[in-house]
Design a protein around this ligand. Sequence first.
Ligand code: NOJ
Length: 884
Amino acid sequence: MAFGASAHVILLSLCVFGAPSHASDVVRPRDAVPSGYVALPYYPAPPGGWTNDWSASYAKARALVEEMTLAEKTNITAGSGIFMGKNYGIPCVGNTGSALRLGFPQLCLQDSALGVASTDNVTAFPAGITTGATWDKSLIYERAVAIGQEFRGKGVNIYLGPTVGPLGRKPLGGRNWEGFGADPVLQAIGGALTVKGVQEQGVIATIKHLVGNEQEMYRMYNPLQSGYSSNLDDRTMHELYIWPFAEGVRAGAASVMSAYNAINGSACSQNSYLLNGLLKDELGFQGFVMSDWLSHMSGVASALAGLDMDMPGDTQVPLLGSSYWMYELTRSVLNGSVPVDRLNDMATRIVAAWYQTGQDKDYPPPNFSSNTHDPYGLLYPAALLSPTGLVNQYVNVQADHYKIARKVAQDAITLLKNDDDLLPLSNSSSFKVFGTDAQVNPDGPNACGNRACNKGTLGMGWGSGVADYPYMDGPIDAIKRRTRNVTYYATDTFPSVSAPSPDDVAIVFISSDSGENSFTVEGNHGDRDASKLAAWHSGDTLVQKAAAKYSNVVVVVHTVGPLILEKWIDLPSVKAVLFAHLPGQEAGESLTNVLFGDVSPSGHLPYSITKAAGDLPDSVANLKGFALGQVQDTYTEGLYIDYRYLNKKSIKPRYAFGHGLSYTNFTFTNASIRRVTQLGSTPPSRPPKGPTPSYPTDIPAASEAYYPDGFNAIWRYLYSWLSKADADAATAAAAKGKPYPYPDGYGTEPKAGPPAGGGQGGNPALWDVAYEVTVTVGNAGDRRAGRAVAQAYVQFPEGIAWDTPVVQLRDFEKTAELRPGEAEAVTVRFTRKDVSVWDTTTQDWVVPSPEGRYRFWVGGASDRLEVACYSDTLTCEEGLESLV
Ligand code: NOJ
């Protein structure tokens, strides 16, 4: 099925490869992708500024960009080189060039989604997957506010998060833990609230990675091999993978990072359909698109395709001091291959994002170095000869953020099983604790750079998505603070122990790690290709052996994602299992608060746990291995990932998506439904685009690109200037009018915009609330307080022309802590988009049967939906058997 409107299948047959700023540049054909998967050309790049919510920032940006020279404009659209921070001598993971003459600074771009990376005095927050497991919108938002404050406090302009792709299609995928869960709506709510919380602090948020980066191995293009191609159809793109990006854009995200891989054969950093068409025109994205690090592979092609910022500025082979943009982009504008209005749009988008987040007023400069913890260091670490200067000011930005970090870690803990009410524990029991995961890495929590080892308590995965721990509150330390009667066996091999006594409780800690492909850990290349879905360090055997010895066993799991638990889950002495996910620095007390019953567990699984890896389809269960040529990862399962697939095939998982027990139990009663907006089958027409800034379109004078007189270049630092001779030659080339070999389908005629667009995120009417369901959630227990999650799923009417998953999550709300007998009314909402499918023919969202019976299900898990409300009769039923 094709992306884009039409029946005509056009393959953008050539991808420009190398440094194509001139007609003679090398091009190489794209690899073939399976038939039917195409990335249609979409040109020209839509200029930003046409939505009301950004118009004031664009007006200011236009005024500033108008004053910029050509070299100033190109300077702000790319990094100054890997490891080459200049401003204040303090390098971030990415640093743009500046236009200081006009007061526009270098921008500092810094990882990670869970805290400020590579520096001190910060909070190591729980990972995205942990945050998703709270199913708590307020906590997601509060975590984001705290993260935003820390990034601002360190002087970071651009937060490289939240991660909303990978979506978690493949349980073995290495970076699923950076995002919020294997469902577009959970991911979208996590991402959108994070964008909001971070940007309210004045920090630009970056939704990443657009899109289809669902496995780590073979993700990157290099001069010898193409990154893999994620081949997916238009409906799957809209209903699953782009959905969280749409919500992030709607929340006002000022930046997007393109992914390493290709979509339908076209690399994301230069895929015109993805960037120009889907993101900027249909989703109405007004900010700027940056490339993921070293994924930039062309000069002209990427500019035309909608990329706005090249990070970190270097070519695919870094450190040589060469770039496809910077001085090359200057050249490309002078010789006429990149239209000047494209460059103006790139620069305007970046400057508008800066105004939109208020960074023009009192924004602190960076006060740390990503490269050293010493106070003084090299100002230009990648240069051969570099002056030294103050690079670290050790600004403490932690405030009391440990509280929110601990609350997220605590409220994410997911109780999967609790036979005989073994939990909560009484601190008078005798505890035997097993597993090295219970203790902080004896070498120190940050002993492994980028957390690229799994030693000690697993608080985060590995790669760029980490932060340094200021400290790690280890589980065993917290357990010892609670109770004296503890024996800890710091081993993953079951030790010899004395004969158990009846009041012994064994607590076994196991883990499973994954991360980014830049590091291999215990044979895992980012993805869990070696460990698969088994616990690391023979953890499953440790549990089995403990279960053979003790009759009361609690298993605590720190994990990046699902595991297969079958080896021990049904053993009678394995009475309780807690998934503590990836808790960050607050691993200890968050856990003991739950173990010992200060609070009831209230987390819910952000993915399904199957009984066997093969319960999911091959395309999802397996990673793609090496191939000669481009690896093709084709999404043959379409919409059917995780619970969507299991439900379709009536495969019972061990624990379903959304599962999570409490120490009490809850009822869902008193349901009512209200129609808020009467829907037709198609949304009202989109609003037209508003005006966008206009500038003169003449090619600037070559003199705007000349190196300043007497300029002393630092080797390998990337500059946007050209020598006089080069600049003049580029101008002369333009005069000759030798045509650039533009891609097939290239055009300069502006588009009105697709019908599904019209505002940030898409046609604003898609967010009209169609139905509201209110349910009373009551604590029906008599002993313990607890928090419940009302999960809301849609079931489409029968007999429609579209195949739809049995149920799909659309909203959720978590109650306050309810004491026994207390109740709270919660309201969940279903928008027009929630009851629509993506129609590939009309390229719009369609309500398949406005008068038909939609069933809106509410309950405590995807397989415990006991209340259904009906759109046709506006009535509800309670106490139902769950559908799946
Ligand atoms: C590559 C990663 O994919 C991305 O998430 C990260 O932000 C950049 N590197 C910068 O470290």
